[in-house]
Write a protein that binds this ligand. Structure first.
Ligand SMILES: [Zn+2]
Length: 197
């Protein structure tokens, strides 16, 4: 039986994805053993991300500056927008180093079963962006699972009438997989091999 403050820390750590009671206990005991300044640095970092990080008003990726560094960069191709479900997918695509356009982070995928409809994602914002920002190609890089495919199809129907090129990343990313876990080489090839959709 742990003293209440330790039990509380374990309980909070267990809220993190993939962290069960055993891991949370290990983390908590590590923090207890660590020097005070290390624990303080961890606490400060947690508070700081919540205070300073917000979604970019253009692409909705997490950023300290708004618009984000990518959206402001003259080295990126502002005519291409790669649509991803979340920040983890964006980072995976960036790591593949074959794409130099901009992004649009949807904030999830359509999932009627969980009550997630188009108005819960940044779809209206994407359509507005395509309509007003001189976008010429929209690359649909939602995950290759059932919800990701349904989301891609919905987006295609919403964007196509605007007269821009709509492409989908090639198969090669394992079906049912998550972009976040695709290796950089596979994902790079899937992007290069993207097709009209
Ligand atoms: Zn941005």
């Amino acid at each position: 039986m742990f003293a209440p403050p330790i039990a509380r820390l374990i309980r909070e750590l267990q809220r993190l994805p993939g962290v069960g009671e055993k891991t949370a206990t290990r983390f908590a005991l590590h923090v207890l053993k660590a020097p005070s300044n290390e624990a303080q640095a961890l606490a400060n970092a947690l508070v700081e991300v919540k205070e300073k990080i917000r979604p970019c008003s253009a692409c909705f990726q997490l950023t300290e500056a708004d618009p984000c560094e990518l959206c402001r960069s003259p080295r990126r191709d502002h005519r291409a927008v790669c649509v991803v479900e979340d920040q983890a997918s964006l980072l995976a695509v960036e790591k593949a180093r074959t794409y130099f356009g901009l992004y649009h982070v949807l904030g999830g995928h359509l999932s009627p079963m969980d009550g997630v409809g188009p108005e819960d994602l940044k779809i209206r914002e994407l359509v507005d962006r395509v309509r007003t920002q001189g976008v010429e190609e929209v690359i649909l890089a939602t995950n290759p699972d059932v919800e990701g495919e349904a989301t891609a199809l919905y987006l295609k129907r919403a964007i196509e009438p605007l007269g821009v090129r709509v492409t989908r990343i090639a198969r090669g990313v394992p079906v049912g997989g998550d972009l976040e876990f695709a290796d950089a080489l596979t994902l790079g090839r899937a992007l290069e091999g993207r097709r009209e959709y």
